[in-house]
Design a protein around this ligand. Sequence first.
Ligand SMILES: NC(=O)c1ccc[n+]([C@@H]2O[C@H](COP(=O)([O-])OP(=O)(O)OC[C@H]3O[C@@H](n4cnc5c(N)ncnc54)[C@H](O)[C@@H]3O)[C@@H](O)[C@H]2O)c1
Length: 250
Amino acid sequence: MSDSTKTVIVTGGVGGLGSVMCEKFAEAGNRVYALDLDKEKGESMEVRMREKGYDFSFIQMDLTSEEDWAKAVASIVRNVNSIDVLINNAGINIRKPIEEMNIDEWNTMMRVNTGSVFLGCKYVIPVMKEQHDGVIINMSSVCGLVGHKYTPEAYTASKGAVTMLTKAVASRYAQFGIRSNSIHPSTVDTPLVQKLFENPERKAERLGEVPLGRLCSADDVANAAVFLASEKASFINGLAMSVDGGVTCY
Ligand SMILES: NC(=O)c1ccc[n+]([C@@H]2O[C@H](COP(=O)([O-])OP(=O)(O)OC[C@H]3O[C@@H](n4cnc5c(N)ncnc54)[C@H](O)[C@@H]3O)[C@@H](O)[C@H]2O)c1
């Protein structure tokens, strides 16, 4: 895909990581759509971004609903006639080990973390096929690559599924000009994590596992997404890209 103005969808686009990715793509002159449940945050972000002169729109939806995906994609295509980049970023974490988690919580994790990626691909791929051009970037985690003792098993399972869904899409749809890659951040410095770090033990645990000795920043992740979406990454397909300071090296 060329590096001229693109239409970029970011799911979970008003959250900690999503909002930084939206900002990064918008400030580079792209047309950005944030898809998210959070109406209040989404609407205020839309005002803020437009005040900066960015081409940014918020669409409120439930990313686990087929109906909502069908409507959102139809409305974007009606407005701008293309979708160049899909970033399936939304995710949740119910922080319970397997012994304490019930099946409804497991299903919720799978529905949001994996189901929303499946639906995003399902509804956007036909548009990209028609263009014979497009980039899909799925937000997995270091937990999509290794078992991680501080993380709920359900989260790890859901992110592992994202890793392989990405590769499966990459192998089937490359023939239609579509590249699909996943990003695997270690613990990102977001407000949620800062809250976790109020507990000094948790903080030491998390920092202790990073060879580079610092947390991942939202900018580190957004820079990786910008690269994967760009022409510079035109031969990169099916990659599970760690952005983790070396956490998964040992
Ligand atoms: N923060 C980290 O340390 C970290 C590390 C590795 C991977 N990740 C992954 O990065 C992604 C973003 O994480 P974050 O820290 O920005 O999370 P966040 O909680 O700040 O943002 C997630 C966003 O997704 C939205 N969302 C959740 N369920 C939804 C649904 N059903 N429909 C519509 N919107 C929905 C929320 O409203 C929220 O705005 C997630 O997939 C997460 O698993 C995060």
